[in-house]
Design a protein around this ligand. Structure first.
Ligand code: NI
Length: 168
């Protein structure tokens, strides 16, 4: 396993749209293992392939406290979504910025596992929010796209300042 570099905002590749996975091979297994290692080390609760500059529809998630409930979503799509949930979100590609985002409260997702087996998941709360956040990445969308222009401007100013400081 290897830790992968995470693309940081405003890297243009974060805006790329990911393509479907066709082959459930060792390459995919290795990518997923590396993504989990990268996510757990960060530490984070979700990571999309886009963030490690692989533009394929793969996301890894683990929202458990104990970090032992890994979920791999390949070619995932949201079939149904309902309700409204507002939660503070962050992103490994925009470190140290946290903003409240309104999402669907409950989602039903169809996806494939590492063996290409089709599965469905019906969930709510943090996991539902995390799934929406990661699937957004695969479409080239970021959580800051969902907040008001004023809040976004303020958040990005803060982010720029923090980035400059960490480069200095
Ligand atoms: Ni993110």
């Amino acid at each position: 396993m290897a830790k992968l570099p995470i693309l940081l905002y405003p890297h243009p590749h974060l805006r790329k749209v990911a393509r479907r996975i066709e082959h459930f091979d060792d390459g995919l297994r290795r990518l997923v293992e590396d993504m989990f290692e990268t996510m757990y080390a960060a530490p984070g609760i979700g990571l999309a392939a886009t963030q490690v500059d692989v533009h394929r529809r793969v996301a890894v998630i683990d929202v458990s406290e104990t970090k032992d409930q890994p979920l791999v979503l390949v070619n995932a799509e949201i079939l149904e979504a309902s309700g409204v949930e507002e939660m503070e979100e962050g992103c490994l590609s925009i470190p140290e910025i946290h903003e409240k985002v309104a999402r669907k409260e409950r989602v039903r997702v169809r996806y494939q596992d590492l063996d290409g087996q089709e599965r469905e998941l019906d969930t709510d709360g943090l996991l539902a929010v995390c799934i929406q956040h990661e699937l957004d990445h695969l479409e080239g969308r970021l959580f800051i796209d969902h907040i008001s222009p004023l809040k976004r401007e303020r958040a990005l100013k803060k982010y720029e300042k923090l980035q400059k400081r960490s480069r200095a």
